[in-house]
Design a binder for this molecule. Structure first.
Ligand code: T4K
Length: 400
């Protein structure tokens, strides 16, 4: 036990347990020498962007690993989502969960498409297919499923709904690199899937992303659209944008790829230490990953049941932040509670009861290669201490 009395909590003036901040999403860094050699290489050959050799190598390696025909590297997942939605010809309304990072909704709105938020299944945190059918209208053109925390959506049901109603189906797989659905790596489901390789993802290329698909025609269109719509020198045939991945990002991506298994192992080990440390704390539930599937274990997600803990998720976050544990509340308050959606659809929350509950009780804890077992044990002990003393902590003025 690191604290014996609640006055020792940093929130109430005690010394923080950690001298340095512990983050959710601290980047994993692979072999520096390899990375620096690659950077020297790209500088020597003076090829810095525009479908350079490192980008092509990365695309080939990722497509091979994922078992998909096409992998089109992009500058980030947000732009990749925009390009993907445009390439699929989405317009009108597109159905997606509100329990996702704001980028999923913004990518659609940026194209003038109305995001229609659908409630989630509280057990999986993913879009609830039963509720999808309720929000289909004559304007609906597609469904954007999000594999939240790398746990696959109910792909089978979403596919049959899309088929039945003639809708396009794409997935935001920003969290799901290295994760499987029914034993098959995510990347080849729906018409296309979009990955993020942002610095905070377990596999990063500083900034970056990719679209994967098995459709040749779509792949060609995606490639054109990420490069202003060029179909050859001086010949533009689509509205395109600049979605290209730079060579330095691809160099980092290739380097991360070489260490990917170590990153997953570190994450998995951290997950087990958390699981052990939080197991018997009443009102604190660590989300589970199916043992039948692969996951990258990047996200350590807990649900707080205030009725049992005596302290709210937000108060627990305050306690943790004061101790320099920068726990996060993804995806609070839900996309529907952020602008412009909050103003455009003020009644949206009425149809999103599970999302509303989830956004008030979920939080993420630090993990990745920057966080050690000892750190995690301390975080777990801190949470245990806060919960044991939850009722008392909640009454103090600093807690408000
Ligand atoms: N779809 C979904 C479902 C997503 O989750 C995301 C992104 C996207 C689409 C869009 O993907 P990208 O366009 O980004 O490729 C972070 C990430 O920026 C974002 O990529 C991620 N999801 C989201 C869940 O989290 P913020 O605004 O919360 O990041 P920030 O700056 O607060 O950083 C998170 C923590 O990481 C901080 O505590 C600091 C630490 N950090 C961050 C960076 C960048 C570091 O220690 N070092 C670093 O270099 O969005």
């Amino acid at each position: 036990m690191y604290k014996t009395n609640i006055n020792e909590l940093a929130l109430f003036g005690g010394k923080p347990i950690f001298n340095e901040l512990l983050h959710v999403g601290r980047p994993n860094i692979g072999n520096r020498e390899q990375l620096l050699a690659r950077i020297n290489n790209l500088l020597d050959r003076r090829w810095l962007s525009n479908n350079g050799p490192f980008v092509q190598e990365l695309e080939q390696k990722l497509a091979g690993y994922l078992g998909v025909k096409h992998c089109i590297a992009m500058c980030n997942a947000t732009v990749a989502l925009e390009i993907a939605a445009r390439a699929l010809g989405l317009q009108g309304e597109v159905i997606l969960p509100s329990f996702t990072f704001i980028a999923s909704a913004h990518a659609l709105q940026w194209l003038g498409i109305t995001p229609v938020f659908c409630d989630v299944d509280p057990l999986t945190h993913n879009i609830d297919p039963i509720k999808v059918e309720n929000v289909i209208t004559q304007y609906t053109t597609g469904i954007l499923g999000v594999h939240v925390w790398g746990r696959a959506c109910n792909i089978d049901k979403l596919s049959s709904i899309a088929k039945k109603h003639g809708l396009r189906l794409m997935f935001d797989a920003a969290h799901a690199f290295g994760c499987t659905h029914q034993g098959k790596l995510i990347g080849g489901f729906g018409e296309l899937e979009v990955f993020s390789f942002h610095a905070t993802k377990f596999f990063n290329s500083f900034e970056g992303g990719a679209v994967t698909t098995t459709n040749d025609e779509l792949a060609e269109k995606l490639r054109r659209m990420r490069n202003f719509g060029f179909a050859g020198l001086d010949n533009v045939i689509d509205i395109g944008t600049n979605g290209k991945m730079s060579e330095v990002s691809a160099a980092m991506g290739l380097t991360s790829f070489e260490s990917m298994n170590e990153f997953i192992e570190a994450n998995h080990n951290n997950y087990l230490v958390y699981s052990n440390g939080l197991d018997d704390i009443s009102g604190v539930q660590l989300i589970k990953y199916s043992e039948k599937e692969k996951n990258n274990y990047q996200y350590i997600v807990i649900e707080i049941d205030e009725g049992s803990t005596g302290l709210s998720r937000d108060l627990l976050i305050k306690v943790l932040h004061a101790e320099n544990v920068r726990a996060r509340r993804y995806f609070y308050p839900g996309c529907h509670q952020m602008e412009p959606y909050r103003s455009n659809f003020p009644k949206a929350k009425l149809a999103l009861p599970e999302t509303e509950k989830l956004t008030s009780k979920v939080l993420q804890l630090p993990s990745g290669t920057a966080v050690g077992e000892e750190d995690i044990s301390r975080i777990c002990e801190l949470i245990r201490f806060a919960v044991v003393n939850g009722a008392e902590i909640s009454t103090l003025p600093e807690s408000r």
